[in-house]
Design a protein around this ligand. Structure first.
Ligand code: FES
Length: 80
């Protein structure tokens, strides 16, 4: 619950922060530090297929595109 409270207090800013994640082919991609679902820490790494599974509610995201593969939400967009 403390994570959700902190996420609500932080507002939208953390959703714009990115970190580097490494894919199985050795390439890197920029992924958000917080999950686009509820803003909780997205502290997982892509699997061999480039899929990140959020540890909080299990939504799955394509690390390359940010698309939510679970279909519940949009996912994230690359920052330009
Ligand atoms: S916070 Fe990531 S799936 Fe809910």
């Amino acid at each position: 619950m403390i994570y959700r409270t902190n996420a609500l207090r932080a507002g939208a800013a953390p959703h714009k922060q990115r970190r580097t994640a490494m894919l199985a082919d050795g390439s890197a991609c920029a992924v958000p530090v917080v999950c686009p679902h509820q803003g909780l820490p997205l502290d997982c790494e892509p699997d061999g297929d480039g899929v990140m599974t959020c540890p909080w509610h299990g939504y799955r995201f394509d690390a390359r595109t940010g698309a939510c593969l679970s279909g519940q939400i949009k996912g994230w967009r690359a920052l330009g």
